[in-house]
Each structure stands twice: as structure tokens, then as C-alpha cells.
Design a protein around this ligand. Structure first.
Ligand code: MRU
Length: 366
């Protein structure tokens, strides 16, 4: 997507520098800063400390991290060490393990002197595939937006609500939840997006930034406003991303997603999840019981990071002195609350049968 007229992916290999480059998302939307990642440690830090974030981008970053380590040392020991180091960075998004497993399965059988080149090629493939998956999620989600638009008086916007940032910075490009929005906008369908701020890290500010940069009408709202807006008939459709979806269609996404799904159900608002197939964990059936929920530092809650009045980026303390914070970073929305899973192949029912029917070739993958 474009930033100040230049097209960016969220991660890319700079052939002139021979380095992997990322946008340091800790400072978005207030500062746009590109940095290089050159060592395995740097990749692990970037994922753990959320310089990069969002399930698909975490997966692509891990693949590039493996490639950089293979260029330094392509032994089995180095590969296993890289797998372990990258895998422990964040526990919830399954794309991380998916990408690392894919790299290891492809590289292990190769002679050591061929691994570095193959690893970089594979990282490029994973990144390119992600772009294509998200483009197709957009086209499949567009169909739903078209249907809602067709039921409205001409010119009235379709009002979507989204949570967190499942936008292009969370993926390699397009975003998952935002891709249908971009496609609808390009087609000239009027839309308005309610963007949850998504405390504690305010990923909604990033979503507002990217929608605004694209000229898409949106409002940045508090996390607790969604239920009220739905009761007032001001939301036509909710669409969120996912960090891990079980084989039975339960969806684990940024903390607060579940409450939006409950409010949507109570108000008859369709609740869709944009789901790239690498985000399906075919080994898990009960999301609430089995998906590990990341517990993040309490300081992210007791303080808030943002642009200060002097224009610098800094923290302000929100909680009173001495109050401990609690920071579960994700929650699980049971499949029964999900209207449909918008995948790259089409819209699947959020159920074991629905996912198996859409992905018969992937079902059962470890
Ligand atoms: O903690 P984050 O910012 O990595 O969480 C991101 C989300 O929860 C996204 O909704 C999810 O990864 C889907 S991104 C297409």
C-alpha cells in the first residue's frame, strides 16, 4: 500500500543492501521509520517487541529470519536453534510456527551449501503468497459488501466495524480485514469504517492511519463504543482478523474481539472474520481450552504510548501509582458467534465441516 505516494510492503529484501527491511511499527502511526534486520537476534527482538506484528507478517518475518541465519550458518544445529529462538517470541499467532515448519521441512533435506539460497527464495515465496492470499480475501469479502450495499438506499455507506489492525502493516500487503474495504473503495462502493482503538497498544490508530492514507471514511472509536453503535443500527457488518483459527472454526484474535462478537449476535449484525489459510491450526479443536493466550507486560496497560503535545512520541501514565496492570493480549470467539470465515478460496462456514470443505487438501495438517 502507498505511504506518501510510495508503494511499500511491510517487509522486503533490499537487493542493493542485501538486507531485510521492515517498517518499525512501534512508532506508527506517528512516525514512519524503516529499519534493517541483519541478525537472528534482531529478528527475534523485532517479533517479540512488536516492531513487526500481525499474524501473517510475523510468519513472513520468521521466514526471513531463518534465511538470514542460514546465510551465516546453514548447519542442522543452526537451523534448529533459529526455529526455537524465533518460535518462542510470541505464542498465539500460529503463522509463526507454520512458517518455521515450512522452512525447516524444505531446507533440512538440502545439502548444506544450497540452504542459504533456498531459504531466501522460500521467504520471498511466503511473502508473495501472503500478498496473493490477502488480495483474494479482499475479493471474496467484497462480494459480501456488495450484497449489503445493494440492500441500502443509493449512496448510503456500508458501515463496517473492525478491531485491532488486520490491515496491510499486519500482513505483507493488503491486510486481511482491510482488503475487502480497499476493494470496495476501489469499486466506488461508499463505506464508512468504525475503528476500535484497541487498547492497550492502540492498533486501531494504525488502522485509522492506513484507511485515512487511502482516503477511506472512518472514525476512531473507543473499544467500548461498538455495542452501542450496533444497538443504534449504525453497523452493517463486523470484520476482524485472526491470529489462530481452530479446525472447528473458533477464532482467536486481539483482546476484545469476543465482546464485539457477542454484541453483534445480540443485535443481529453479521460478524465475519478474514482468515488466510496459514492461520488455521488444524491440530486444535477447542480454542478456549487449547490456544495459548499471550500475557504481555503490564506497563502496556498502566501507561499509554502516543504523540505528546510537543510532537515527540512518549508514554503517559494512565493507572494510579501502585495499581498493577493485567494484559491478556488475545481472546477466543467461539465458532457459533462467527457468521462466516472469509478465506482466499471463498467464504467458509465457521465449523469443522465448513473448513474441511473449503480446504480438503489442508485438513489434518500438523
Ligand atoms: O498483537 P498484534 O498486534 O500482533 O495482534 C494482531 C491481531 O490481533 C490481528 O487482528 C491479527 O494478527 C490478524 S492480522 C491480519
Amino acid at each position: 500500500m502507498k505511504v506518501n505516494g510510495t508503494h511499500y510492503r511491510s517487509i522486503w529484501f533490499d537487493h542493493d543492501l542485501s538486507e531485510v527491511r521492515i517498517i518499525d511499527q512501534r512508532w506508527l502511526p506517528h512516525r514512519f521509520e524503516v529499519v534493517s534486520l541483519t541478525t537472528l537476534d534482531a529478528f527475534a527482538t523485532a517479533i517479540r517487541d512488536m516492531w513487526v506484528r500481525g499474524a501473517p507478517l510475523i510468519g513472513a518475518t520468521a521466514a526471513y529470519g531463518m534465511a538470514i541465519e542460514m546465510a551465516r550458518d546453514a548447519s542442522d544445529a543452526a537451523m534448529n536453534h533459529a526455529w526455537d529462538k524465533l518460535h518462542t517470541t510470541r505464542p498465539t499467532a500460529i503463522n509463526l510456527k507454520w512458517a518455521l515448519d515450512r522452512c525447516r521441512a524444505a531446507l533440512l533435506p538440502l545439502p548444506v551449501d544450497e540452504r542459504a539460497g533456498a531459504a531466501l527464495q522460500l521467504a520471498h515465496e511466503i511473502a508473495d503468497e501472503d500478498v496473493e492470499i490477502n488480495r483474494n480475501i479482499g475479493l471474496n469479502g467484497l462480494e459480501i459488501i456488495r450484497q449489503i450495499a445493494a440492500r441500502k438506499p443509493a449512496g448510503e455507506p456500508v458501515r463496517l466495524l473492525t478491531h485491532c489492525n488486520a490491515g496491510w502493516p499486519a500482513t505483507v500487503d493488503w491486510g486481511t480485514a482491510t482488503s475487502p474495504m480497499y476493494h470496495a473503495f476501489e469499486e466506488g462502493i461508499p463505506i464508512h469504517v468504525w475503528v476500535d482503538e484497541t487498547r492497550p497498544r492502540n492498533q486501531g490508530a494504525m488502522t485509522s492511519w492506513e484507511l485515512g492514507s487511502h482516503g477511506i471514511s472512518h472514525s476512531y472509536i473507543t473499544d467500548n463504543a461498538g455495542g452501542h453503535l450496533m444497538q443504534q443500527g449504525m453497523v452493517d457488518m463486523v470484520i476482524t482478523g485472526t491470529d489462530r483459527t481452530t479446525a472447528t472454526g473458533d477464532v482467536c484474535n486481539k483482546i476484545g474481539t469476543y465482546l464485539k462478537a457477542l454484541a453483534a449476535r445480540d443485535n443481529g449484525v453479521p460478524f465475519y472474520v478474514a482468515l488466510p489459510s496459514p492461520t488455521i491450526d488444524w491440530t486444535v479443536r477447542d480454542g478456549v481450552a487449547e490456544i495459548p493466550i499471550e500475557d504481555r507486560p503490564e506497563r502496556e496497560v498502566t501507561f499509554a504510548l502516543g504523540k505528546l503535545t510537543d510532537g515527540t512520541i512518549g508514554e503517559v501514565q494512565v493507572a494510579p501509582d501502585g495499581s498493577p496492570g493485567g494484559n491478556p493480549a488475545f481472546d477466543v470467539t467461539p465458532a457459533r458467534l462467527v457468521t462466516g470465515l472469509i478465506t482466499e478460496r471463498g467464504v467458509a462456514e465457521a465449523s469443522e465441516a465448513g473448513l474441511a470443505k473449503m480446504f480438503p487438501d489442508l485438513k489434518g495438517r500438523a
